[in-house]
Design a binder for this molecule. Structure first.
Ligand code: SAM
Length: 277
């Protein structure tokens, strides 16, 4: 396999840090758990090194690459595979129906595997979390982002990204990856995170809370974390929530008035919201 096109200039602006460790490529594909029954979406295939490992395991792979200059190399490196479609597009702008049409029906339960371009990691994760066709994601991200995704209440990494991920999925950091495994070498280490999306309506079936409206819930969560070092009571009051109601709700939830945004779990926030609707 050719690694790079002739005179290829890596584009820092597109987050082009390619994996050069063959064992790592196989490990990521193994850890994603994909089988010959699976439809796989890869965002940013680069030179196709990970794509080949995915094609070896999946029923069908669709790979979306923004950089036109990589397409000839990708096609050449993947020419032996009949189960791959390459689309030259910006994933952020692409109509998801174009991706869906590349998979034979039924198309639910798409698994995403990607070494994400670092400059749009969070927006891509948000899109994938909210996309009902995506059931699992195995994503390489910067280690610092991975720590925020899998954080637990009370720590400095715990925040809006953690809660957004928890809302839609169970998350697990599968491996930490040294910056030496990439070319060009990035400044920081990376990590692979696995996301298993909750089935729609899972909370209702567990008989816990009525699944709250995402927008209302995250308006409350964003207001809570807007002044993260302040007491939650003050942050929410400053954001326009009624002080007495917040104080009453926090006491009902078993917290004292000094509690901060990072101390509440997702279920605590869902419960807190019920006092305002
Ligand atoms: N998959 C390869 C690997 O693991 O070695 C390359 C991963 S590299 C970190 C990120 C890739 O995403 C690059 O090939 C880059 O051109 C591509 N990319 C960047 N922004 C993109 C976007 N908006 N849509 C699709 N691909 C994008």
């Amino acid at each position: 396999m050719k690694s790079n096109p002739k005179n290829f200039k890596f584009k820092h602006s597109l987050g082009q840090n390619f994996i050069v460790d063959e064992f790592l490529l196989e490990d990521i594909a193994d850890e994603s758990g994909i089988t010959k029954d699976d439809f796989v979406l890869e965002i940013g295939p680069g030179n196709g090194a990970l794509t080949r490992c995915l094609c070896d395991r999946a029923k069908k792979v669709v790979a979306i690459e923004i950089d036109k200059s990589l397409i000839p190399l990708l096609k050449s490196n993947l020419k032996d595979y009949e189960n791959v479609s390459i689309i030259n597009a910006d994933f952020m702008e692409l109509d998801f129906n174009i991706i869906l049409n590349e998979f034979p029906a039924p198309r639910a339960h798409i698994k995403v595997v990607a070494n994400l371009p670092y400059y749009i990691t969070s927006p891509i994760i948000n899109i994938l979390l909210q996309n009902p066709y995506v059931s699992e994601m195995t994503l390489m991200v910067q280690k610092e982002v991975a720590e925020r995704i899998v954080a637990t209440p009370g720590g400095k990494d715990y925040g809006i990204l953690t809660l957004a991920c928890n809302y839609f999925a169970d998350t697990e950091m599968i491996m930490v990856v040294s910056k030496d495994c990439f070319f060009p070498k990035p400044k920081v280490d990376s990590a692979v995170v696995h996301f298993k999306k909750h089935p729609v309506g899972a909370d209702l079936r567990r008989g816990e809370f009525h699944e709250p409206d995402y927008d209302q819930l995250f308006k409350l969560i964003k207001a809570s974390f807007a002044q993260r070092r302040k007491k939650l009571l003050n942050s929410l009051t400053n954001a326009g929530y009624d002080k007495d109601t917040v104080a009453h709700a926090l006491s009902e939830l078993g917290f004292d008035e000094n509690v901060r945004a990072e101390n509440l779990s997702l279920d605590d926030y869902k419960h807190l919201l019920t006092f305002f609707i």
